[in-house]
Ligand binder design. Structure first.
Ligand SMILES: [Zn+2]
Length: 446
């Protein structure tokens, strides 16, 4: 009882000083190491992990569940390691009964920390979104992450897997009760002829044989099959089958308006929909209605206007290709004839110092050679690295404006843009643009 009361108290105090998410759990774990295991959880505990899309997928599952009238406990603000999850669950429990007061618990978890958290909290379901190269200097290679994640999947947990991502999808091989989701919409498929600097889908993760793709959604995500061992994209239980008038079609019948129309967001939506239907048990039509038009209030997209040019700021993640590839697709799909892209790489991380720029080669920047893209403005301390990547990728030199200085970048954006402006950068660098946008007196419209 004392552990729960202490955690609630520490969380309340911590909330006032901005240390309310991990620290209370960390302290309680030191004093009462076994307390997380003895909590009484609801039957439905859904874990979400993977390199990309965790936060958005969790936010969407939470919203669907709450709109369906369920009581939800969820770490939607992040804090996805064991200390944060301890804080969340202890402080949501009744001190006398030790019951967590919810119909469903939804937990975002760091891939490498599942092995610690899910020894103490056994999820009924686990959504694994994908395994990508992601912050190489912190995480190591994705095969290493797969090995670490494997230690964190309890035997009794039912998996919900991405049928189009070969490495994480292999967790379902021979495992009963697994559900799969996918994207087969032709409009969201990669245009032919993209040359990837790396191809993480070239070889089978099970036998090492050569992998074939009948289509690709983005990079190594697509409909794959191994000619040697027969490992192939399983049939998806739920999928995005098409698009119409800017909407996604789910399972050939439900129309759902996405906040952003691109392959990355489509994968998050179908992951959340599948979790809602298969894990929570919400009726498919109802789940589609509840997910329709969902707007995540996480600042990932900011609409603005600059010198008469409509603009879209799209929050991506450095050291990872998926969000950038999605943002590039959105820019190329813009209804206007002309597009200017602004790409800012100034600082890689708030937490550690690393100048590894290998990830620039994972992103399909060569797509900026498309005639629709009129200008590419590059800024920040790594602007020249970005320019080198684009030139090797075949982007026309005359399109590039290289302005490492951020103030001069802003002047270039205001004065030299053509058509709709798409700004892409990471949360570590976002205010370097957004603050300057405000200074220009043209506050974001949304
Ligand atoms: Zn194989």
């Amino acid at each position: 009882m004392l552990d729960i009361l202490t955690c609630k108290l520490l969380r309340a105090i911590g909330a006032k000083i901005g240390r309310g998410s991990s620290l209370p759990g960390m302290i309680c774990r030191k004093i009462w190491p076994g307390s997380l295991k003895t909590l009484k959880l609801p039957e439905k505990v859904i874990a979400v992990t993977g390199s990309n899309g965790k936060t958005s997928t969790v936010a969407m599952i939470c919203e669907i569940a709450e709109k369906a009238g369920l009581r939800v406990v969820c770490n939607r603000e992040g804090s996805n390691q064991i200390e944060g999850i301890t804080t969340l669950l202890l402080s949501s429990a009744d001190p006398r009964t030790r019951k967590v007061d919810a119909d469903v618990v939804i937990l975002e978890s760091d891939e490498r920390f599942c092995q610690y958290t899910f020894k103490e909290v056994v999820p009924s379901h686990m959504v694994i979104t994908n395994l990508f190269r992601d912050q190489l200097t912190r995480n190591g290679h994705r095969e290493f992450v797969r090995g670490e994640l494997r230690k964190g999947i309890p035997d009794s947990t039912r998996l919900i897997l991405n049928a189009n991502e070969p490495l994480s999808c292999a967790f379902g091989n021979g495992r009963k009760g697994t559900s799969y989701y996918g994207v087969s919409a032709p409009e969201l498929m990669e245009e032919p002829g993209i040359i990837h600097a790396y191809d993480d889908g070239a070889y089978c993760p099970i036998c090492g044989g050569k992998m074939e793709y009948s289509y690709r959604i983005s990079g190594h995500v697509g409909a794959f099959s191994c000619g040697k061992c027969g490992y192939a994209s399983p049939k998806a239980d739920h999928e995005v089958t098409g698009t119409e008038d800017g909407k996604l079609i789910i399972d050939g019948k439900w129309e759902v308006a996405p906040q952003i129309l691109n392959e990355a967001f489509a994968q998050n939506i179908i992951a959340a929909y599948t979790a809602a239907v298969e894990a929570i048990g919400i009726d498919p039509q109802k789940a589609a209605e509840l997910i329709d038009g969902i707007e995540l209030d996480n600042g990932r997209v900011v609409e603005f206007d600059l010198n008469g040019h409509p603009g879209r700021f799209m929050l991506c993640k450095h050291e990872n290709s998926m969000a950038y590839n999605g943002a590039i697709s959105t820019a190329l799909r813009d209804p206007s004839e002309e597009v200017t892209v602004v790409f800012i790489v100034d600082r890689l991380s708030r937490k550690y110092v690393a100048n590894d720029m290998s990830w620039l080669w994972d992103v399909d920047f060569n797509r900026f050679s498309d005639p629709k893209v009129k200008k590419v403005i590059l800024s920040g301390g790594f602007a020249h690295d970005a320019a080198a990547r684009m030139l090797v990728g075949g982007v026309q030199e005359e399109k590039l404006i290289i302005e490492p200085d951020l103030d001069r970048m802003m002047t270039a954006v205001a004065e030299r843009s053509e058509g709709t402006i798409y700004v892409m950068t990471c949360f570590t660098d976002q205010y370097k643009f957004l603050d300057r946008l405000k200074k220009y007196g043209r506050e974001a419209a949304k």
